[in-house]
Design a binder for this molecule. Structure first.
Ligand code: PEP
Ligand code: MN
Length: 327
């Protein structure tokens, strides 16, 4: 045994005794599922465990079977196809989840007024960056902790949930205190320290795909969050880099169809960052839903011309209204 393996225990086995026996043999193990009846019946044996003959493992009282894991992200595979975030269900067979709001939370009155408009349109999650990853160090980087408070207040006043980004481990706890869903941005998908810190907050995670990440890397990044304590991960396709710059990115709807229809994972699509221009956001959102997306995340602004970030891709609330009506 060298790779990631799964040990299944017999019904009624003493899971703690089995675990101790495995640890005694130099194995590193963790439960495959974090919760539920099955939680202690299936154990993952980590790759860096000592190599032990499977027959020795099968000889441990309570062990029913030992096998290689078919996947590098078994916990994500074991996640239910529909996940619950503060009582809101996201996934196949559920009504489309809508997430909307400005790229950056710019001012308390702005987010408050926008939240009122969005709630009226049936939007479920209010989004907005308080901590903004920016390519240029001279660009607006967000109002930080103050913006988190504005966002939560605006959402609470209108019965909305909050999704917002954590950029580093130090502030993950503060973000998780106000966010129903903690976003990890594209630029941070490979930041394993952050994935761990966000997982440890115990909040569900919205994991954006790295702009040059393969689907497999993306799914293993989700696995990091789950291993470290996230109750669930919702994936967010937001466009990948390509040779062609005619649109901001290339929205990978093939990956969305794969994840939704073959892997049965909840995927949200962000056409705003995917395409970078407002006139193409609605057609791509509709295409994403046709491909199996569980929901759509759209940057929305009351005055896109004056937005502090990503104005060219922001929809006006009235444009969003037409889109949601068709969703
Ligand atoms: C965002 O959604 O605010 C954002 C920065 O997007 P991305 O990480 O996909 O670039
Ligand atoms: Mn943006």
């Amino acid at each position: 045994m060298g790779g990631l393996s799964v040990i299944t225990l017999r019904e009624g086995a003493d899971a703690e005794r089995v675990r101790r026996a495995l640890v005694g043999l130099g194995m590193w193990v963790s439960p495959l599922r974090a919760h539920g009846d099955e939680a202690s019946r299936q154990l993952l044996v980590h790759e860096y465990s000592a190599a032990v003959d499977p027959d020795r493992l099968l000889a441990i009282e309570g062990v029913a079977s030992v096998g290689e894991s078919a996947s590098a992200h078994p916990r994500l595979d074991a996640q239910a196809p529909v996940v619950e975030v503060s009582g809101h269900r996201i996934g196949a067979g559920e009504p489309t989840t809508w997430m909307a709001g400005p790229c950056s939370v710019e001012a308390e009155h702005q987010i408050g007024a926008l939240a009122a408009r969005l709630a009226g349109l049936g939007i479920h999650f209010l989004r907005g960056g308080a901590f903004k990853p920016r390519t240029s160090p001279y660009a607006f980087a967000g109002h930080g902790h103050e913006a988190l408070r504005w966002l939560r207040r605006a959402a609470d006043a209108h019965g909305l949930k909050v999704v917002t980004e954590a950029m580093d481990g130090e502030e993950a706890g503060a973000v998780a205190e106000v966010a129903d869903l903690v976003q990890v941005g594209s630029r941070n998908m490979h930041n394993y320290t952050l994935l761990r810190a966000v997982g440890r907050t115990g909040r569900p995670v919205l994991l954006k795909r790295g702009m040059a990440a393969t689907v497999e890397e993306w799914l293993q990044a989700a696995e990091h969050c789950l291993v470290h304590g996230a109750p669930s991960v919702v994936l967010c396709e937001r466009g990948i880099r390509s040779f062609d710059s005619c649109t901001r990115n290339v929205l990978d709807l093939g990956a969305v169809a794969l994840l939704a229809n073959v892997y049965h994972l909840p995927v949200i699509v962000d056409p705003s960052h995917g395409v970078g221009r407002r006139d193409l956001v609605a057609p791509l959102a509709r295409a994403a839903l046709a491909a199996g997306a569980a929901g759509i995340l759209v940057e929305t602004h009351d005055d896109p011309g004056s937005a502090l970030s990503d104005g060219p891709q922001a929809l006006l609330p009235e444009d969003l209204s037409a889109l949601v009506g068709r969703g």
